[in-house]
Structure formats: structure tokens, C-alpha cells
Write a protein that binds this ligand. Structure first.
Ligand SMILES: Cc1cc2nc3c(=O)[nH]c(=O)nc-3n(C[C@H](O)[C@H](O)[C@H](O)COP(=O)(O)OP(=O)(O)OC[C@H]3O[C@@H](n4cnc5c(N)ncnc54)[C@H](O)[C@@H]3O)c2cc1C
Length: 549
């Protein structure tokens, strides 16, 4: 039997032995009565003057050891029942061809992985390049401003999460989260992600994990095709016939998973033309703020800042604006990271955050975003995309039309005066920044919300308004502006053979929740169909077939 023990608080310099001692103390037994101890959750508690680590652990007791009956009434002690992993039973509907998955982001990859593990030999179609070639293409953009619209920080193997901060936090509370994290550990992510309250792997680990997932899928008979863009879907009276790749190659298709991410605007337009129901959904737009990391550490950890056991600090702030009714919040905060150019089409500037596992750039960044709702664009399903495009193009113009981003010192923004020089500034945006006035970028109403919110946050976290802080714009790809509506079988309400999946479909927001959605879709396919009768093969001179490493 396993016993869960909560609320273990220890000073930063504690030893492993002390965790055991504290657990034993709560259970009123001796440390040597504990045969096995597993960390379930580790968090930093910096709410008071002193900073602590807090733990939840599972323990197994030595033979013959029991705890006092009365202790079970404690809110900090509970019995943990072992749960058997439920096996899926494949359905019996006929599946003439292997399931096709569009997109190799977390949703597509985890969908393909589960299908492959059940013998469904999935085919993954990815418009961008495999990791090795993608890294080169993305570096060309960051270093020389050469954008490849098919392969960039949004498109390519691993999807949008590949060049990310690699935060693996999610609030979805789904059992599949554990499967996702375990799989990532199995493929090389640090095992601490299983218990850290705020797990983080960084872009360096994600790149490795993604390649290994590809390797397992191929090893199980699946296929990957890179430089292969879905350009058409042939539907005849609700029956899915085939799909077209790169406007040239037709591929027979029985089941199509659309794990396209939130930047595949061409696919949303295609789906609309094909009569697939789309709904507009709220998302958020704004800018990125950067501060020196040592300042954020000081604000969050006080005198404990710089302690070798504390990682670069993060923050999460919210503000409800009474005047406009809009919410402002910090999003995708990246301690020790970079602000990166995340455009996927020519003539756009888009910001986002990335970090390596070490989170050691010395600069903290976070998006500051304001909610926008379908009523802002009169409910047109694709109106949110137009709003994004307008802002991204404005940012491109303000940045000098060479993919540099418009950037303003925080103090200048608050005083509504343009920044004229960024000499010596901490801005990390790649491929570069241009001094600007962000009041010319965002609608005035949004700038005013930002201004009020930042003053409010400075009261909550005194020092947030700092002379070194800078704002860079524009942040628009916070989540999908569109939902591809699906039913309880997770198929499109307009077509029973199309499975919208992950963030682009509007059913996830982040790496882990997208991966979980991929698993859910795979489960539905497995429960409905028997394994496929025929594998499909895609050939084309420009298409690169994914191989084992
Ligand atoms: C820079 C950055 C940092 C981020 N940081 C974090 C973070 O720290 N933590 C977190 O949880 N989330 C983060 N996110 C968000 C996270 O990456 C996404 O939520 C997640 O990747 C969504 O997964 P997905 O599989 O649904 O879509 P995506 O990852 O976007 O994958 C979609 C894939 O589909 C492909 N595709 C699209 N259209 C086609 C087509 N027509 N034909 C073929 N292929 C196509 C794309 O090329 C892409 O590879 C970040 C995003 C970015 C851009």
C-alpha cells in the first residue's frame, strides 16, 4: 500500500534524508520504517519572508509497519490505490487506409504515437522540415531575417512547441497528463518533470524528445513526410475521399486528424470553403515585457534571491480593467529566456518566448496580453485571424519592414512618448529591435488597459516598473482564434471522418494539453476502427520521408 503525505515544508538547504524524516514524523513512525519514498510534487513557497520547498510524497512502509488509525483522518495523509492502466479495445469499423495526421506538433505526435502503439501505422504529414533542417531554417530567420513561410518557429517537426520555453504546466487535470510526462521522460526529458509543480524542459530537451517520438512511430510502422503541406481535402457527400499535398499529390484517406496548430490560417480558409463548421473564439493580444532576471528573482525571493537551489523566478499577474471590462494578464512567462521572432508569413512580426533548460540568459520575459472576443470582430469565424494579421503587419511596418520588432522602453510607454534609442537595452528579440512607439501599434483602448494594468501590478509587485524594462510587439499567437467544431465523438460536426485536434482546433492551449488532446483523438479512432487494411505512401521529389535517427 502507498500512503500519500502532503504539506511537507523544508528550508532551502535541506537534505533528502530530511524529507524522509519529515514524512515519518507526520506518520508517527521512524524514518527506517519507510521502505520507499517517491516525490509526487515539489514546489517553491515564496509567499512569506522566508522561502521554503514544499513536498507531497508517496511512501511505502516496511513489512509489518502500520500507522495509527486516527491519522487517516488527517487532510495531509491518504491511502493511494494502484490503478491499472486501462487497455483500449480496438473497434470493428473498416479502416481502408492508415489514419493520416496533419501536423507533427504535440497533438499530432501524441496522437500518432498512441495509434502506432496499437498497430494503426499512422501517416504524419508535416509542412515544415525535420528538426535538423528546421533549426537551420529558423536560425536563418533569426540571424538574417530570411523567413521560410513553410518552415519557421510555428511550422516544422515538433510544431510550435519546438522553439519554446518548454513549460509543461497545465491546469486541465486529465489523467493522460501523466502519460504525456512519462513518455517525455522515457524519451530523454529530465525525470524531475514528473514531480515539479512547474515542470520545464526548455527547447533543447524538446528537440531531442520530438525526434525520439518520431523514431518510435517509424519503428512501429508509421510514416513521416516533411515538406508536405495539406492543400486540399476531397469530400463527396460527407464521405472523405482523399487529400492533396503541395497542390500536386493526391493521397487516399479514410480518417483525417487535423492537428494543425493555431497558425495554419490557410487551412482554416480551406475548411471554410469545404463547408466544415468553424466558430470564432476569444484569444488575447499584446506585447512582451523583459526585465533583468535578477530583479524578478529579488522581487519574488527577497533575501533568498541567488540561492543555488532556486531556479530563475517566474511570476503570474492578472488585472481586470473596470473601464473597458477587458482582462489583462501575463502569459507564457519565460525566466532566463529570449524573445523570439515567431512569424509564419511574409510581412508579419510576431513575438513569443523561448528558453533553454538552463534558463540562464539573465533576462526574464513575459507576454502581457488583453483578451479579445468574437464581438470585437462581429462574430465572423475568421475575423480573429484578420485582427491578428492587421496587428502583425503593423508591427512589421513599425519594425522597419525587415522582421525587426518595434520596441519601447517601459517608462517611455507609460509616459506615452516614443523611444528613440535602445542603446544598451536588454531587448533580446531575434532578429533585432527598432525603437518605436507601441501606442502606434495597438489600439488606444488596449494601450490604456496595459498602462493601467502595469501601474496596478507595480503596486502588487513593487519594482515591476523598472527603468531597464522594455516592451516588444506584437504578441498575437496566444491561442487559436477559431474553433473547428467537433461532437462527442471528437469528429467535426460537419464530417464524421475528420478529427479536429489540439490547439489549432481550439481544444487545447499549450504543449501538454495539446498532447492530451492528441491522445483523446487517438483513443476515439482506436475504439471505432479496426487497424487499417492498407498503408499509404506519399511520393514527391520535394517531399522528405522521415527516417530513423
Ligand atoms: C515560441 C513559442 C513558445 C511557446 N512556449 C510554450 C510553453 O513554454 N509551454 C506550453 O505549454 N506551450 C508553449 N507554446 C504553445 C505550444 O507550443 C502550443 O500550444 C502547442 O505546440 C500546440 O500543439 P499542437 O500540436 O496543437 O499545434 P502545433 O504545435 O502548432 O503543431 C501544428 C503542426 O501542424 C503543421 N501544419 C499546419 N498546417 C499544416 C498543413 N497544411 N500541412 C501539413 N502540416 C501542417 C505545422 O507545421 C505544425 O508543425 C509556445 C508556442 C510558441 C510558438
Amino acid at each position: 500500500m502507498r500512503i500519500r503525505v502532503r504539506d511537507i515544508r523544508l528550508p532551502l538547504d535541506h537534505t533528502d534524508e530530511e524529507i524522509k524524516r519529515e514524512a515519518a514524523c507526520k506518520l508517527k513512525i521512524r524514518p527506517e520504517d519507510i521502505q520507499n519514498l517517491t516525490l509526487i510534487r515539489k514546489a517553491v513557497d515564496a509567499r512569506r519572508k522566508e522561502v521554503f520547498f514544499t513536498y507531497i510524497v508517496d511512501v511505502e512502509l516496511a513489512e509489518g509497519i502500520r500507522i495509527e488509525e486516527a491519522l487517516w483522518a488527517s487532510p495531509h495523509i491518504a491511502r493511494i490505490e494502484e490503478e491499472e492502466e486501462a487497455k483500449l479495445v480496438p473497434g470493428d469499423a473498416l479502416l481502408p487506409f492508415s489514419p493520416v495526421i496533419i501536423g507533427s506538433g504535440p497533438a499530432g505526435l501524441f496522437c500518432a504515437l498512441l495509434l502506432a502503439r496499437y498497430g494503426y501505422k499512422p501517416v504524419v504529414i508535416e509542412r515544415g522540415k525535420d528538426i535538423e533542417r528546421r533549426i537551420k531554417t529558423v536560425n536563418d530567420f533569426w540571424q538574417k531575417g530570411i523567413l521560410n513561410p513553410q518552415c519557421n518557429t510555428q511550422f516544422g517537426e515538433g510544431g510550435a512547441g519546438t522553439f519554446s520555453d518548454g513549460k509543461l504546466t497545465t491546469r486541465i487535470g486529465d489523467k493522460r497528463v501523466e502519460y504525456v510526462l512519462k513518455t517525455m521522460v522515457e524519451f530523454g526529458a529530465p525525470s524531475e518533470i514528473m514531480y515539479l509543480k512547474k515542470p520545464h524542459v526548455g527547447t533543447d530537451n524538446i528537440r531531442r524528445v520530438v525526434q525520439k517520438i518520431r523514431e518510435e512511430i517509424i519503428g512501429l510502422g508509421g510514416e513521416f513526410y516533411f515538406d508536405a503541406c495539406l492543400t486540399d481535402i476531397n469530400i463527396n457527400q460527407k464521405c472523405l475521399k482523399s487529400i492533396v499535398i503541395n497542390n500536386r499529390y493526391e493521397l487516399p484517406c479514410s480518417v483525417l486528424v487535423l492537428a494543425i496548430g493555431n497558425s495554419a490560417r490557410d487551412v482554416y480558409h480551406l475548411l471554410r470553403r469545404k463547408g466544415i463548421e468553424l466558430n470564432p473564439k476569444p484569444f488575447a493580444v499584446g506585447v512582451r515585457i523583459e526585465h533583468p532576471q535578477e530583479l524578478i528573482d529579488k522581487l519574488q525571493y527577497g533575501d533568498f534571491a541567488g540561492h543555488p537551489r532556486l531556479k530563475a523566478a517566474d511570476y503570474h499577474l492578472t488585472y481586470q480593467d473596470k473601464i473597458t471590462g477587458r482582462s489583462l494578464y501575463t502569459f507564457c512567462m519565460c525566466p532566463g529566456g529570449y524573445v523570439i521572432g515567431a512569424a509564419s508569413s511574409p510581412g508579419q512580426v510576431v513575438t513569443n518566448g523561448m528558453s533553454y533548460y538552463a534558463r540562464d540568459t539573465g533576462i526574464a520575459n513575459s507576454a502581457l496580453v488583453i483578451t479579445v472576443k468574437p464581438e470585437d470582430w462581429e462574430y465572423d469565424p475568421l475575423g480573429g485571424i484578420r485582427l491578428q494579421e492587421d496587428l502583425e503587419h503593423k508591427a512589421f511596418i513599425l519594425g522597419g519592414e525587415d522582421y525587426k520588432a518595434p520596441c519601447q522602453r517601459l517608462i517611455d510607454f507609460l509616459k506615452r512618448r516614443p523611444t528613440t534609442s535602445l542603446k544598451g537595452s536588454i531587448a533580446t528579440f531575434r532578429p533585432g529591435v527598432k525603437p518605436a512607439n507601441l501606442w502606434e501599434l495597438l489600439p488606444r483602448e488596449f494601450c490604456e488597459v496595459l498602462q493601467r494594468g502595469i501601474y496596478y501590478w507595480d503596486k502588487k509587485m513593487p519594482g515591476f516598473i523598472d527603468g531597464r524594462a522594455v516592451l516588444t510587439g506584437v504578441e498575437t499567437r496566444t491561442s487559436s482564434p477559431v474553433r473547428i467544431v467537433r461532437d462527442e465523438n471528437l469528429t467535426s460536426v460537419s464530417n464524421p471522418f475528420i478529427y479536429p485536434c489540439g490547439e489549432g482546433a481550439g481544444y487545447a492551449g499549450g504543449i501538454v494539453s495539446a498532447a492530451v488532446d492528441g491522445l483523446k483523438v487517438a483513443e476515439m479512432i482506436i475504439k471505432r476502427y479496426a487497424p487499417p487494411q492498407k498503408a499509404v505512401e506519399l511520393r514527391g521529389e520535394e517531399i522528405v520521408r522521415g527516417s530513423l535517427l
